[in-house]
Ligand binder design. Sequence first.
Ligand code: AMP
Length: 320
Amino acid sequence: MKKIYKQIYKEIKKYNDIFIARHIGPDPDALGSQIALKEIIKNIFPKKNVYAIGSPASKFKFIGTLDKIEDIPDNSLLIVLDTPDIKRIDGIDISNFSTIIKIDHHPKVDSYAKIECIDETASSTSQMILEMIFALNLYIDKSISEKLYIGIVSDTDRFLHDYTSVKTFDLVTRMIKKTNIDFTKVYEPLYLRPLAEIKFQGYVYQNLDVTNNGLAYIKITDDMMKEFKVDSASAGNMINNLKYVDEILIWVFFSEDKKSNLIRANIRSRGPYINELASRFGGGGHKYASGARLTSWKQVDSLIEELNNLLEEYKKEENN
Ligand code: AMP
C-alpha cells in the first residue's frame, strides 16, 4: 500500500484546490476520514484550499464541520472517500475535476478515479487514512486522531466485525500512543441516544418477523416512526445489535423515508454474503453489511423473498 499512498501524496502536493467528498447518508467513518484528511493536508500545506464537501448530518456534527462550495476552480483535485460507486458520491459532479483519487474499503463497483486505492480487507476508510499517515510519516495530532478513532470504532462496531484485524489494533495502538487521546471520551457523543429511540428499539425487537430459514425483518412505516418520535435513520442505529441471535442469520430493517419517497433497507448477515443481492436491488455494500434504497413495498417483499431463498440455499449447502 505504501506505493499507492506515495502516489496519492504526489497528487495532493501538485494541486492548490482540493475537494474531499464521500458517500450520501454519511456515517462516522465517512465523516471522520473526510475531516481528518482535510486536517492532515492543511497541517502540511496550510496555503492550499481544502474543502470537505457533501450534505451535513446533524447527528454527527461533533465530528466536525463541512464546507460550502460555490464553484470549482479549473485544475482541482477530487478525493473521494468510502464510496465505491459514482451514484453515491455526495454533492459533486466528478466530471469537473482534473484528477480524481478514490480511497475506499468497499468491494469495487465503479472505476472512476485515476488512483483507485482500495483495500477490501481494511476495517474502514479511517483505518486506510491512518495507514497512510504511518506509511508516509505524516503529522498527526489529537484532533485527527480522535476523528480517525471515531471512524474505526464506528465501522467495526467497537472491533466486533470480521474486518477487524491485527493491523487494525496495531495502527490504533500506535495512534493512541503517539497522540495520547482520551479514547473513552469519544464514545459519549458517538453512542448517546434519545430515550425515544430506545423505546422504539424495544418495539422493533418485539415485532420482528423471523422465517424458518433464519431471516428476521421488520417494515417500519412513517406512521410508526412518528408515533415513537424517531427519524428514518434510527433503525440503522440498532441493526448491528442483532449480530449474535441464535435463530437469526440475516436480518433487515425497512424504513420508510417519506421525504425522499423511498424505503431504506439496512441488511446484515452472519451467514451468506448479501452484497450481490443488495446490488441487484440497486444497493450494495460489504459481504455481511449492505444497504439499499427501494422504491415500493412490493420491491421490499421481493427482497424479503430473495433473502429467504438465499438462506434456504445456504442452509442446504451447510447441511451437505
Ligand atoms: P447501512 O445499513 O446503511 O449501515 O449500510 C451498510 C453498508 O451498505 C455500508 O457499507 C454502505 O456503504 C452500504 N450501503 C448502504 N446503502 C447503500 C445503497 N443504497 N447503495 C449501495 N451501498 C449501500
